[in-house]
Design a protein around this ligand. Structure first.
Ligand code: NAD
Length: 275
């Protein structure tokens, strides 16, 4: 009887304690985040989501003007943010942005490695240049960012890394010609799983999000546009994903609510990979 009373009290304290209210645990107040490829599309939506949840956000993009435009949008919402130019495939650029963020805000708590490119050519015609370019941005760039941000996080014993993979890491939407892209995104998942298990006992969680086909400038290239119509027929949700469909996922993975989760590939694709 005494034991069960203790349990009741403990249980009551747990559920009544403010820190355990789920919406509080999703807040990112005072956290420092960056988003690569944050100048448009999914990265822009991630920057807004993290900022709205309370984080300060460094918007990183190859094109500074795009990052600056997003910072203007964030400023209008009262979100503290800075715009930084970087090519994530270049180690010197990655180290410069990490150093700049730490100099400005003291640390990095949330690293959102989202920059990625997609090229489209038949596998037999894929050039080494195309292969290298895709892997340099999608996988080498992601590795450089994970390592640079990860070192800071390991030092402080806390951090959340969220990589953008793709449904293409799991299935091959037919018809399509994205050998290098698909292979690089499968690499993102394996890199995420490996870092996720290696670093979890030092407080750093590494997960990835695999979107299906998202309505962003990426899929409106002249080569991809005709394919998108075909793919649409294979989406049980009967529509493309919107960037807003992905926003809660990034906040969850960036927050303490997902502390027991690492190396996970969170697939958000309207059911497309299931049939
Ligand atoms: P997007 O092309 O609309 O935006 C990508 C942004 O990344 C651009 O602002 C671009 O300037 C920037 N960028 C490109 N190369 C860079 C580099 N080397 N360094 C820094 N920034 C760079 O793309 P998106 O649709 O928003 O895709 C974002 C991520 O989501 C990518 O990794 C992509 O592979 C992935 N993804 C997209 C879809 C989709 O259907 N749109 C589906 C699954 C996964």
């Amino acid at each position: 009887v005494i034991e069960s009373k203790k349990e009741v009290i403990r249980d009551d304290v747990f559920w009544g304690y403010k820190k355990n209210r789920i919406l509080d645990r999703l807040r990112l107040d005072d956290k420092v985040a960056y988003v690569t490829g944050g100048g448009q599309g999914i990265g822009r939506a991630f920057a807004h989501a993290l900022g709205e949840a309370g984080a300060k956000v460094a918007v990183v993009d190859l094109v500074l003007a795009k990052a600056e435009a997003v910072v203007c949008e964030l400023n209008l919402k009262g979100i503290k943010s800075i715009a930084l130019a970087a090519d994530v495939s270049k180690p010197e650029d990655v180290h410069r942005i990490v150093d700049t963020i730490v100099a400005r805000w003291g640390t990095i708590d949330i690293a959102c490695n989202n920059a990625g490119i997609n090229m489209n050519s038949a596998s037999e015609d894929t050039s080494l240049e195309e292969w290298d370019k895709t892997f340099n941005v999608n996988l080498r760039g992601l590795f450089l960012c994970c390592q640079a941000a990860g070192r800071i996080m390991l030092n402080q014993g806390y951090g959340k890394i969220i990589n953008t993979a793709s449904m293409a890491s799991l299935i091959v939407p037919h018809p399509q010609k994205q050998l290098a892209y698909n292979a690089s995104k499968a690499g993102v998942v394996k890199l995420t799983q490996t870092l996720g298990t290696e670093w979890i006992d030092r407080g750093v969680k590494v997960n990835c999000i695999s979107p299906g086909i998202v309505d962003t400038p990426l899929i409106h290239s002249p080569e991809l546009r005709p394919l998108v119509q075909r793919w649409l027929a294979d989406i049980p949700a009967a529509r493309l994903a919107r960037v807003t469909d992905l926003q809660a996922a990034v906040v969850y993975l960036a927050s303490e609510a997902s502390d027991y989760m690492t190396g996970h590939n969170l697939v958000i694709e309207g059911g497309q990979s299931l049939w």
